[in-house]
Design a protein. Sequence first.
Length: 300
Amino acid sequence: MRIYLEKGGKNITIGCNILGKSRQAYYKNLKAVSTKRSKAGEVVVMVDNIRRKMPRIGSRKLYYLLNNELHNIGVGRDKFLRILKANNRLIIPKRSYKITTNSHHRFRKHKDIVSNTTINRPEQVWVSDITYIGGRNNHCYLALITDAYSKKIVGYDLSNSLSTDSSLRALKMAVKHRKYETPLIHHSDRGLQYCSDIYQKTLQKSKIRVSMTEKYDPYANAIAERVNGILKQEFLLEEYNCSTDILRKIVTESIGVYNNKRPHLSCYMLTPEEMHKQNKLVKPIYGQKAKSTIGVNSNC
């Protein structure tokens, strides 16, 4: 590079060496900056494409899903995180908890029979819960049944109320699509929906044993609470302000993506559907808290 200055009507040429940088170094630096910007742009496009279906999926799972593409363009984990941070693509976790359980009722409450159980196969334990979703003008409740081993959502139903009918429809969906004829336990809180006569008769008819939490805190059914959080925080189901019919379609699509596309840390980065189709992998357990939540890690 040369810089031309006017002095006494004459052009004076100053070489790059005077500025402490050679011509080759200057152009090399320009090329490096251009390459970095190009790679960052590619990474942002990749991330945005995935987040169209999983809006708040975390950086660790993004890196896993994009590992091959990132390797091809020479972007490692640390550089990937720096690009996400520089382009405002890091996700800040949200914390929220709304009570949907009414345990003050006349129906029988069952004991917790899975607190010391080690989960080692699909359809060994199902965990059930109800969570609040929808915008301010359309309060809806999503009843979920999740397999504790694979984290697959096996049954669900959306309703405008906390009626037993919604939870019962979710249970019937789960029973209808069972893949294995093995002993099964249904684990839930002590809510009215799960203790009701009709729900208990359906479990008995399907030869499913009953287990219920004995503590009045959300972490007593940690797997169910974690799946609730994923659907609300990553798929933004708590923020949609639309009709119930449209929200049902959104829920169906979101659960389909969750079961078939989203990798889980506690499933060795398999999707719930992939994990549900096998029983060879031993579930990883982390710390004493994991041991107290029906024997499996609730980190998804």
